[in-house]
Ligand binder design. Sequence first.
Ligand SMILES: Cc1cc2nc3c(=O)[nH]c(=O)nc-3n(C[C@H](O)[C@H](O)[C@H](O)COP(=O)(O)O)c2cc1C
Length: 208
Amino acid sequence: MASVNVLIAFYSRNGSTEALAREIAEGARSEGADVRLRRVRDIVNQEIIAKVPGWKENADRMNGLYEAPTEADAEWADGIAFGSPTRFGNVSSELKSYVDSLGGLWFQGKLVGKAGSGFTSTSSLHGGNESTIITMYNFMAHLGLIIVPLGYADPAVFAAGTPYGASSVSGQNNTPPTPQDVDVARFQGRRMAQVASALKAAGETRTK
Ligand SMILES: Cc1cc2nc3c(=O)[nH]c(=O)nc-3n(C[C@H](O)[C@H](O)[C@H](O)COP(=O)(O)O)c2cc1C
């Protein structure tokens, strides 16, 4: 496969979305992709953050591991996977703050034709994982990304039943993604690398 760049831009507070992001990265790398794994920074007032046990500690840990995503990362990427915990059935404002920073690239049409996909984590079953990923389809359409759902294109999706994108259910005790969730996330990474590579090759042919 020709060289392909995959950006995984996620927000995570407790680590579930982060865990999926890492598996997507693994899947993309297994297809030979260069991967940038990036955590969007917190935007909530520090006083609120301090009131929630573990929030600051988790954020400090993740911020030590992952740079914040930038405009340059989005421009570099041939495919972008967006990850966010569910917030009232929707995308977190933290992930959205990154998306909203891409207006300049949007205006210049710089993201048109790249691959895009979404993944999420909820605390409850049917707590909004599908609606959260579908909400991501809205901004992906505006950005001109070619939306890449998973379909049932891999046995892992038949087991987990998540054709929109990888997801996990963390419950009340921050349960990590199940082995089936991990398989789906790895498939999402492989598929992103494959589709982004094909789109990149098609784009290069068109400009010749
Ligand atoms: C403000 C807020 C809203 C939330 N809304 C939902 C929701 O609508 N449905 C749900 O199942 N979980 C909801 N959750 C729980 C998180 O989405 C869930 O714990 C998720 O697994 C966290 O992912 P993370 O570990 O990557 O931070 C909400 C959490 C917060 C703080």
